[in-house]
Design a binder for this molecule. Structure first.
Ligand code: PLP
Length: 378
C-alpha cells in the first residue's frame, strides 16, 4: 500500500535540533572529528542516588502499571515543592509530553497560541499537532518579551501564551517585572499561561522568578517542569505539569489512553531526586557556571558581541557579520568541524544566529570555540 501521511501531519516539521546533531553524528561515525556544541543535554551521569533508587524500586516490585496521573508519592512530592496537593500534578514521560497534553486539553481547532521567538522549536510543532495555530512574536534585542508587541497579536482566538524562562535558546532569565507584566497581560485577556520552567535551577546571574508568583493555577497557569536538565535525567523521560485539577484530569485522560504513565520505577527514583539530590544539582550548576565563564571570556577576547545569557546552558549569537551567504551552522560544520544549532530553527528572523550549548566538557568547549574563531577569521 502506498502511504501518504494524513493532512494534519503535512505541516509538522522534524525536530531541527535533533536533525542537526544527527548530521554531526553521521560524520563522527565516519571517523571525522567533530566538536559537538549542539545538544541540550547535560553531559553528566545521573546522580548515583537516583540510579540506586530506581534499582531498589524495581526490586521492590514497582514494575507494574501506575495510575495515569502518576504514582501518589511523586505527585505529592512535586505538590510539596509548589505548595499544592497532588490533584494539581501529573507526571509525564518528559516535559515535552506534558506540553502536548496541556495544549491538547485547552485548544479547540484553530485556537491561537502565542509563542515568543526565538523559541524552542517544539512549541510551534506541538501547537499544530494539538490543532492550534501558533502566533509567533519576536522578543526584543535583549531577548525579553515586549508586552506591546504581544498585545497587538492577541485576538479573539488567542487561548494561551507559552513562556520559557530561563530560556532555550537565549539563556534569558525573565526579571520579576517581566514575569509580572506578562502575567497581568494574560489575566487581563483571560488566556492560559503555559510556563515551561525546565531550566529553573540553571541560573547564574539574577534570580529565577516562577510565573506561579503572579498567576494562580485556578487563574490559568499551567506550569511545566521536568527532571531532564536539572538532574541529568534526559534518557529517563520524566516531566510533569502543575495546573488546575480540572485540566490535570483531562491531561491524565489523554495519558491514560496513550503512554499510560511514565515508567513506574522512574517515578519512584524521581522522589529521591527531589528530596535527596540538592548537593548533586548544586555541583552540576557550579560546573555549568564555570563553563559559561569560559565561553564569555573567549567571546570577549575576540570582540564578538552577544547578549549575555543568565541561565540554561546556551549562548545565542549573531554571526551575520562573519558568515554572509550560508547558514552559519552548516558553514561551521563544514569549515570548523563544529556542530552547533542553526538560529533559523528557533524562528525565521534568526537565520544568521547560532545556538551554542555548553552542556559539554570544558575541553570540547575550548577546542570547539577556537575552531569556530579560526573558521570565521577572528
Ligand atoms: N522545554 C525546553 C525549553 C527544552 O529545551 C526541552 C529540551 O530540550 C524540553 C522542554 C524537553 O525536555 P524533556 O526532556 O523533559 O522532554
Amino acid at each position: 500500500m502506498k502511504y501518504s501521511p494524513p493532512k494534519r501531519l503535512f505541516e509538522l516539521e522534524e525536530s531541527a535540533t535533533l536533525k542537526a546533531s544527527e548530521k554531526a553524528n553521521e560524520m563522527i561515525s565516519k571517523g571525522i572529528k567533530v566538536y559537538k556544541l549542539d545538544v541540550g543535554e547535560p553531559d553528566f551521569s545521573t546522580p548515583k542516588k537516583i540510579i540506586d533508587a530506581a534499582y531498589q524500586a524495581m526490586l521492590n516490585g514497582l514494575t507494574h502499571y501506575a495510575p495515569s496521573a502518576g504514582i501518589p508519592q511523586l505527585r505529592r512530592a512535586i505538590g510539596e515543592v509548589y505548595g499544592v496537593d497532588q490533584s494539581y500534578v501529573i507526571a509525564t514521560p518528559g516535559s515535552k509530553q506534558a506540553i502536548f497534553y496541556a495544549l491538547y486539553s485547552i485548544l479547540n481547532p484553530g485556537d491561537e497560541v502565542i509563542i515568543l521567538n526565538p523559541a524552542w522549536p517544539s512549541y510551534k510543532q506541538v501547537v499544530k499537532l494539538a490543532g492550534g495555530n501558533p502566533v509567533e512574536v519576536n522578543t526584543d534585542e535583549g531577548f525579553y518579551p515586549n508586552v506591546d508587541s504581544i498585545k497587538k497579536r492577541i485576538s479573539e482566538r488567542t487561548r494561551a501564551i507559552i513562556v520559557n524562562s530561563p530560556n532555550n535558546p537565549t539563556g534569558a532569565v525573565y526579571s520579576d517585572s517581566v514575569v509580572k507584566e506578562l502575567s497581568d497581560l494574560a489575566l487581563q485577556h483571560n488566556i492560559f499561561v503555559i510556563s515551561d520552567e525546565i531550566y529553573e535551577k540553571l541560573v547564574y546571574e539574577d534570580s529565577f522568578v516562577s510565573f506561579s508568583k503572579y498567576i494562580k493555577y485556578e487563574e490559568g497557569l499551567i506550569l511545566i517542569n521536568g527532571f531532564s536538565k536539572s538532574y541529568a535525567m534526559t534518557g529517563w523521560r520524566l516531566g510533569f505539569a502543575v495546573a488546575d485539577p480540572s485540566i490535570i484530569k483531562q491531561m491524565a485522560k489523554i495519558q491514560g489512553h496513550t503512554a499510560t504513565s511514565p515508567a513506574t520505577f522512574v517515578q519512584a527514583a524521581a522522589v529521591t531526586a527531589l528530596k535527596e539530590c540538592k548537593d548533586d544539582v548544586e555541583a552540576m550548576v557550579k560546573e555549568f557556571s564555570e563553563r559559561r565563564k569560559i565561553v564569555i571570556e573567549m567571546l570577549d577576547k575576540k570582540g564578538i558581541s552577544y547578549v549575555k545569557p543568565k541561565g540554561a546552558f546556551y549562548f545565542f549569537i549573531n554571526l551575520r557579520r562573519f558568515i554572509k551567504d550560508q547558514d552559519p551552522a552548516e558553514y561551521l560544520l563544514e569549515k570548523a568541524n563544529v556542530s552547533v544549532t542553526s538560529g533559523a530553527a528557533f524562528g525565521e528572523s534568526y537565520s544568521g544566529y547560532i545556538r551554542i550549548s555548553y552542556a559539554t566538557s570544558r575541553e570540547n568547549i575550548i577546542n570547539g570555540m577556537n575552531s569556530i574563531f579560526k573558521a570565521i577569521g577572528v
